[in-house]
Ligand binder design. Structure first.
Ligand code: AMP
Ligand code: TRP
Length: 340
């Protein structure tokens, strides 16, 4: 490997700009860990705009959603001085390495990806794009270019991380040791935030109804209302039990994550008090969290030139690393070196 031995291990992750706002699943499942990890690692965080093309998208919204995503990352504590924050499409090495990795991926192997199955369940495979099929291969390239130790994501990305490791191993074995095997960094407690209306399903921007999903940038009063109308169960006891009480357990998870109070402590505090008090207090906690976050994001969005400059500098830093890895890969697969 060409990295200096004294360099900090790297952390890398990405998020798609496919909505006008991140939601609580994104934040608690993934991006909050990005903020925490940036201190002890050399961090690379990107907006996966190439991935946004895998489902039908609105070209008029994509650029703005990319900026809004960057603004939210900064507002939640990603420090662009420390972390390279960039748009995937600004670093062409991602698409270039994806092509090479696709040559190492079996068709059957790609077809086994559950996200592809889920996303094509409704419309059928025939209506899906080849890009959707290739999605996990591009994700593997995103990761391997930076040779990170950790990739902080939610539970739904575990299988993609396994594929990434398999492909890295295959490349290392077939050619020469080039890639570090990355580890998924998944926090058990918040790995799957569920839909407030259908607590047996994950909170998801594509599948959740408006009442089931809390968007970080929506009006905090609306978020509070959604918490108060979250589906619970016919008991009255605030107790963590994912099987029997998925709705209450999800609310406890969110409460605990936002306040740092343990689930145990919360169960004790609400013993004998019923769901009304519990939900009302959590609604307040949520409002207290999202109000300053939203204000900070909107403030950052007022200076688009500054955001674009952050993304430009992030892409420059990313390319330094990505281009070195890609050069190694091109050499090892046997391409004729380009002259000049
Ligand atoms: P996406 O919006 O699909 O690009 O997801 C961005 C990140 O959020 C990924 O790391 C996902 O695993 C994570 N994520 C999305 N939904 C959830 C959820 N309901 N619970 C936990 N993590 C999630
Ligand atoms: N597939 C991820 C998601 O939907 C987004 C993503 C793209 C990603 N490339 C990545 C995450 C690389 C981690 C590493 O959430």
């Amino acid at each position: 490997m060409s990295d200096a031995p004294t360099a900090l291990p790297r952390v890398l992750s990405g998020i798609q700009p496919t909505a006008d706002s991140f939601h609580f699943g994104n934040y608690l499942g993934a991006t909050r860990q990005w903020v925490a990890l940036q201190e002890e690692f050399e961090p690379f965080f990107f907006i996966a705009d190439l991935h946004a093309l895998t489902m039908e998208h609105d070209p008029k919204k994509l650029a703005d959603r990319t900026r809004v995503a960057a603004a939210q990352l900064i507002a939640m504590g990603i420090d662009p001085e420390r972390s390279a924050v960039f748009a995937q499409s600004h670093v062409p090495e991602h698409a270039e390495l994806a092509w090479v990795m696709s040559s190492l991926t079996g068709f059957g192997e790609a077809r086994r990806m559950t996200q592809f199955k889920d996303k094509t369940a409704k419309g059928g495979e025939g209506a899906a794009s080849v890009a959707l099929f290739n999605y996990p291969i591009l994700q593997a390239a995103d990761i391997l270019l930076y040779r990170p130790q950790y990739v902080p994501v939610g539970e739904d990305q575990r299988q993609h991380l396994e594929l990434t490791r398999d492909l890295a191993q295959r490349f290392n074995h077939r050619f020469k040791k080039t890639f570090r095997l990355p580890e998924a960094y998944i926090l058990k407690e918040t790995a799957k935030i569920t839909d407030l209306q259908q607590p047996d399903k994950k909170m998801s921007k594509s599948a959740s109804s408006p009442g089931g999903i809390i968007e970080l940038l929506e009006d905090p009063k609306v978020s509070a209302k959604k918490i108060r109308s979250a589906v619970t169960d016919s008991e009255t006891e605030v107790r963590f039990d994912e099987e029997a009480k998925p709705g209450v357990s999800n609310l406890l998870t969110i409460y605990s994550a936002l306040t740092g109070r343990s689930i145990d402590d919360l169960e004790k505090a609400y013993a004998g008090r019923g769901y009304g008090d519990f939900k009302g207090d959590l609604a307040d906690v949520v409002v207290e969290f999202v109000t300053p976050f939203r204000a900070r994001t909107l403030e950052l969005l007022d200076d688009r030139a500054e955001l674009d400059a952050v993304l430009k500098s992030g892409a420059g830093r990313a390319r330094e690393v990505a281009s070195r890895t890609l050069a190694d890969v091109y050499e090892r697969v046997g391409f004729l070196p380009a002259q000049g």
